[in-house]
Design a protein around this ligand. Structure first.
Ligand SMILES: [Ca+2]
Length: 115
């Protein structure tokens, strides 16, 4: 291989690596496969749980009771947060991602419906 073709080869290899990393990165695939992701802390930190469309009562919230502080919502989905278990108490509609769910709803959520 000449010096030039070696450089081109490595440039092409780098491009391929960048492409496959962006397409196949487990984190991205994980994010795309979830209708929503809930997080224990703000800025998508701490324990997290990938949610599909459906109902999640208190015992199905793996981040724990009264823990939710940030949330990612996939475009086209919406999420109802409930203050208490069994989908009762105050209710909050979330249709986009929030790095912080806000003072009124921080560490409150006890059940969730994802549509
Ligand atoms: Ca609660």
């Amino acid at each position: 291989m000449t010096r030039v073709s070696k450089t081109r080869f490595f440039a092409a290899a780098l491009l391929c690596a960048a492409f496959f990393t962006s397409v196949l990165l487990p984190g991205d695939a994980f994010a795309r496969s979830c209708a929503a992701i809930i997080y224990e802390h703000s800025n998508y930190g701490g324990a997290s749980q990938c949610l599909q469309e459906g109902s999640y009562n208190l015992n199905e919230l793996r981040i724990g009771n009264d823990k939710l502080s940030s949330i990612k919502v996939r475009k086209g989905n919406r999420v109802f947060l409930f203050e208490h278990k069994n989908f009762s108490g105050r209710k909050c509609l979330v249709d986009k991602s929030y790095t912080y769910i806000g003072g009124k709803w921080n560490d409150i959520t006890s059940s969730i419906i994802v549509e």
